[in-house]
Design a protein around this ligand. Structure first.
Ligand code: ADP
Ligand code: ASP
Ligand code: MG
Length: 436
């Protein structure tokens, strides 16, 4: 069994949906995970925001505009009357549902149900298209088997059992279609795996069914060595280890959801990044194979806050770091980077939801300074400790960029530096020149 995920641009128009068929219709068993059509989730976020701020007239206009787009899509997607009718009915039911919130009370709980409409629409429309072509497939609702637990982590046991139960209902079927991104939470409500989460759906399903391979199809020919939205002349990397890919995804390479590599890595399932616009391009193969010592790629993660913690006496006496970490643990706030000196500890977080409470507790035994609008620039590759010269090359490239923090030696795959977000572009360009 293979799991194939197609992102927003890969299902972004009737034409793109039609082009997908040749990529999935070879008769071998597959689960196909689809994102919402590109632009839809952003539009749904805007609709939910308008409803939240009680701008119902604005919400109505946004809903109508999005509905028109879908009405146009089905005209181009289907030929038969039957498919056109089914498509039109589907659109009406989803958009009437959205419009119901302009009349009924809207609370933040409904937001996630609104955000789920994009994937529900794209998968059903695509499934009707396969029906029109007489290609046998089954549309599975991810809401029946994808679930997160109370810590918002995938509930793997539940997912495994329920995915298998769903598949077992159709023993002769080879092709399954399902929604990326959406799931239920521990309370049974509709929820999601955070923006970009369809990649995560694919690797979670891959792990659940012990797939032979997971393919992530997108609009670029694999993981590039630097952010192609910011830097010119980037190039695709043909092979990455799980560790390298996980670091790049976590530290901002938008092509992959930040935590989507883990389920594949734990189960040793190769992940192949491929381009729907150039299906024959080699892409990037992510596997357990470790590759030669080298600097592979650079990524950047914005929205970072640094917390500088100082204590007057015996700062790093044993027990101090435990006391600090315990506070972050209690407030479920992950720490990304950390450096220590004899009198101070600096660390970074990106989730600032509980920062006020954290600072209040820290202040009971130390002084605290906060620095915002920072970016972690992460240089990824295989840097074995015996090899000299990597740090020198990195810092030579960054010689004109003020560096707030450095993390080196935590793993053999990552050197991270913390800089002012305003300098991100300069830093990425400088690294591209200096390293590749
Ligand atoms: P999808 O909708 O298919 O999930 P995304 O927009 O989420 O696609 O991810 C693909 C985009 O990620 C590319 O178009 C590219 O602009 C961006 N990107 C950022 N960093 C990288 C990188 N290092 N390598 C490749 N693409 C990257
Ligand atoms: N549609 C969702 C988003 O735009 C999930 C995804 O595309 O992966 O974030
Ligand atoms: Mg994506």
């Amino acid at each position: 069994m293979k799991v194939l995920k197609f992102g927003g641009t890969s299902v972004g128009s009737a034409e793109r949906m039609q082009a997908l068929v040749s990529l999935i219709n070879d008769g071998t068993p597959k689960i196909v995970v689809l994102s919402a059509m590109s632009g839809t989730t952003n539009a749904l976020v805007e609709i939910a925001n308008s409803l939240y701020f009680k701008e119902n007239d604005k919400a109505k206009i946004l809903i109508d505009t999005l509905e028109l787009k879908y009405k146009d899509v089905i005209q181009q997607l289907y030929k038969s009357k039957d498919a056109l009718n089914k498509g039109a009915e589907l659109i009406t039911s989803h958009f009437d549902y959205l419009r119901s919130f302009t009349i009924d009370l809207f609370t933040i709980n409904e937001e996630r149900a609104i955000l789920a409409q994009g994937e529900l629409l794209s998968t059903a429309l695509f499934h009707y298209y396969l029906e029109e072509l007489n290609i046998e497939s089954v549309l599975l609702s991810a809401l029946n088997f994808m679930r997160i637990d109370e810590n918002e982590e995938p509930d793997m046991k539940y997912i495994k059992e329920n995915t298998k139960a769903e598949l077992n209902k159709y023993p002769t079927v080879k092709l399954f279609i399902t929604q990326g991104y959406i799931c239920r939470n521990a309370f049974g409500e509709i929820d999601n795996l955070k923006r970009g989460g369809s990649d995560y759906t694919a690797t979670i399903i891959g792990a659940a069914v012990k797939a032979d391979e997971i393919e992530i199809w997108t609009d670029i020919d694999g993981m590039h060595n630097n952010d192609p939205r910011i830097v010119e002349n980037t190039h695709p990397i043909s092979e990455l280890s799980f560790d390298e890919a996980a670091e790049l995804a976590y530290f901002g390479a938008k092509i992959l959801h930040p935590t989507c590599i883990l389920p594949a890595q734990v189960n040793n399932i190769p992940v192949h990044l491929l381009n729907t616009m150039q299906p024959n391009a080699k892409g990037t193969l992510i596997s357990s194979k470790t590759t030669a010592d080298s600097i592979k790629a650079v990524a950047a993660k914005d929205g970072i806050t640094a917390i500088n913690i100082k204590s007057g006496r015996m700062l790093l006496a044993y027990g101090f770091l435990r006391a600090v970490f315990e506070i972050f643990e209690r407030f479920k706030t992950p720490i990304d980077m950390i450096t220590t000196s004899e009198v101070a500890v600096s660390l970074t977080i990106d989730n600032t939801k509980n920062i006020d409470a954290i600072v209040k507790e820290l202040k009971q035994f130390c002084t605290v300074e906060i620095d915002i609008d920072l970016t972690i620039v992460c240089i990824v590759g295989s840097f074995s400790a015996e090899k000299q010269g990597y740090a020198m090359r990195i810092f030579e490239a960054l010689k004109d960029i003020p560096i707030r923090m450095i993390s080196y030696g935590g793993s053999e795959n990552n050197v991270s530096v913390l800089i002012d977000s305003k300098l991100k572009k300069d830093a990425l360009i400088a690294l591209n020149k200096g390293l590749f």
